[in-house]
Each structure stands twice: as structure tokens, then as C-alpha cells.
Design a protein around this ligand. Structure first.
Ligand SMILES: Cc1cc2nc3c(=O)[nH]c(=O)nc-3n(C[C@H](O)[C@H](O)[C@H](O)COP(=O)(O)O)c2cc1C
Length: 299
């Protein structure tokens, strides 16, 4: 910026404050503050500014150019991928990009369904030929409909499917064997999240599509394991427990606390615990039958 002494920085008030906070020397620059009603006339093009607060920063804004019907969508419609192709129609593995977009929205936009609904409503007024996102692959032609439909589903919480995410950690195999039984017995399509090998981003994507969650932890010094606690914490932050039906399963040796602790966390996050079961040291024929019985509560 030191090279561009005469530049005018076009942005909104929150963003201006952030810029000056990060780079105090810029406070002497010329700022032009834009908002929802601002149109910036350039030589041949006009830029309309559409603030989309919390998608996914308070300062977030998207821009629209009516002459080219281009929408610069900032974080919205993005994915975490870097590749040489620019548009979805240039990509062979289209489903992979759609999956990445779901993962992106599950992990970034979970708590922001209301602002997203408002933003999508505003976009309906615009004639859009191309969406240029700030992250990853962009959208044009028939693929615009795909992108907008995905986001509409998400804003309405309609992505929830009759899938079951089995999310657990096991230290010595007991909770793992219970998780395997759940996977083999459930009538729903199961997504398996063993926290020893699955990162939280992938767990969020699984939970995003699942109407049902089965969460398991052994007792660990009178608690759940740290990974199970942090997974629940993570999903709660992304609003991915609210509205889900949850089964809790645990394992203990001398004192069973983990399931009760998980129950409190799940209920605080807006989930409904429909089933709870604990195994002392191992799963035997009796407890296996009880587990299968508990699973029926998910139907
Ligand atoms: C580090 C550690 C801490 C444990 N803390 C407890 C505990 O507080 N209460 C309890 O009943 N069992 C405790 N246990 C026993 C385990 O919860 C029990 O063996 C359980 O079946 C292990 O399940 P897993 O095989 O799925 O890891 C502990 C075990 C370990 C290794």
C-alpha cells in the first residue's frame, strides 16, 4: 500500500476498522465506505455492494456487477481446494467438488443459517450468469443451479438425511466393538467416525447429513475421553447437534460417568437423547442384545 499513496480503499465500516487495527499507518488513507445502498460507478462497469454479515465474518460483503451479471460471492459457494481449473464445468470429478462444498459449509457456515437465508433471498433479485467465489472452484451455466440449490438446502436444514453417524473413541477396543455392532445392525446408512483416525472436519461433514448420531466414549478418569468431548464441543459450535436424535454408548470398569456427561452436553447443544447404554469392561451376548434393542429406538 505504501506504493499507492493516492488509492481509495473501498470497503465497509467494520472492515475499515479491522484494516486500521491491523495496519495503523493506513488510517491516513482515503476510505470510501460502502453499504447495501451503494453503487460504485467505474468507467464501463458498476459494482453493487451487498453486505452478508457473518457469512462468515461480520464484515463479509458480496459484490454484483450488472453489466456482466457477475457475482463475487466472497466466502459463499466456496470450497477448500486449490487447482488450476476455475469452473465446475472444467472439472472431471464434479461430485468431489460438491462434496467439498458441503464440507466447507458444514465447517464454516453451520451457525449462520439465518444470515444465509437472508442472503439467498437478496440474490433472487439479481440476474446472475457467473458466481466467482473467494475459495476454490467457481460456478456458471447449469452449475449455478446446483450451487444455489445446495446452499438453499443447507439454509433450510434440508440436507438432513436418514443417515446415522457413529462417532466414538476407544482406548482398548470395547467402545469400538459396540460401534461396529451399531454399524452392522443399523437400518440406516452409517457413516463411521473413529476419532482415533478421523479428523473433526470430516466428522462435521458426516454429522451435517445425518439425522441420527450415535456417540460413544469409554470412561476416562471420571470423564469422557478428551477427543469425544472436543468432538461434541466442535459439532455444537457448528450447530450440528441441534435437532438430531442421539444415541449414547459408553464403557467403564468401576464407575460409569461418561454417558451422563455426554447426555448433558448433547442436551445443552439442542440434541435429543433417545437411547443410552453402557458396557462394563466388554460387550457380551446380553449387552449386545440390549444394544441392538436400543438401536430400534432410532427408527
Ligand atoms: C487412562 C484410563 C482411565 C480410565 N478411567 C476410568 C474411570 O474413570 N472409570 C471407569 O470406570 N473406568 C475407567 N477406565 C477403564 C475404561 O473405561 C474401561 O476399560 C473401558 O472398557 C475401556 O473402553 P475402550 O476399550 O473402548 O477404551 C480407565 C481406563 C484407562 C486406560
Amino acid at each position: 500500500m505504501t506504493q499507492l499513496k493516492n488509492a481509495t480503499i473501498v470497503t465497509n465500516k467494520i472492515c475499515m476498522d479491522n484494516i486500521i487495527h491491523l495496519y495503523p499507518s493506513l488510517k491516513n488513507y482515503q476510505f470510501k465506505i460502502v453499504n447495501n445502498n451503494t453503487q460504485l460507478k467505474l468507467k464501463t462497469h458498476t459494482i453493487h455492494f451487498i453486505p452478508v454479515p457473518m457469512l462468515h465474518w461480520p464484515s463479509s460483503m458480496i459484490c454484483y456487477c450488472p453489466e456482466t451479471k457477475l457475482l463475487f460471492s466472497n466466502d459463499v459457494f466456496g470450497q477448500h481446494i486449490a487447482c488450476s481449473e476455475r469452473f465446475l464445468d472444467q472439472i472431471v470429478f464434479k461430485d468431489h467438488i460438491i462434496q467439498l462444498m458441503r464440507e466447507y459449509s458444514a465447517n464454516l457456515l453451520g451457525p449462520f443459517q439465518v444470515p444465509l437465508t437472508i442472503a439467498l433471498q437478496n440474490l433472487k433479485q439479481l440476474q446472475i450468469d457467473t458466481i466467482l467465489t473467494g475459495h476454490g472452484i467457481s460456478w456458471r451455466g447449469d452449475n449455478l443451479v446446483t450451487a444455489i440449490n445446495e446452499y438453499t438446502q443447507f439454509s433450510l436444514n434440508k440436507q438432513l438425511k436418514k443417515k446415522l453417524t457413529v462417532l466414538f473413541q476407544s482406548m482398548s477396543g470395547v467402545v469400538n466393538s459396540a460401534a461396529q455392532i451399531i454399524m452392522q445392525t443399523s437400518s440406516h446408512q452409517v457413516q463411521f467416525c473413529d476419532l482415533n483416525i478421523t479428523n473433526l472436519t470430516k466428522c462435521a461433514l458426516s454429522a451435517y447429513n445425518s439425522e441420527f448420531l450415535a456417540i460413544g466414549s469409554p470412561n476416562y478418569y471420571g470423564q469422557t475421553t478428551p477427543l469425544v468431548e472436543s468432538a461434541i464441543h466442535y459439532l455444537r459450535g457448528l450447530n450440528l447437534i441441534k435437532g438430531r436424535k442421539v444415541m449414547l454408548f459408553g464403557s467403564f470398569c468401576w464407575s460409569d460417568k461418561a454417558v451422563a456427561i455426554m447426555k448433558e452436553m448433547i442436551e445443552n447443544a439442542g440434541g435429543t437423547v433417545v437411547s443410552e447404554i453402557s458396557f462394563k469392561m466388554g460387550v457380551n451376548e446380553i449387552t449386545q442384545a440390549a444394544l441392538i434393542n436400543e438401536l430400534k429406538k432410532f427408527v
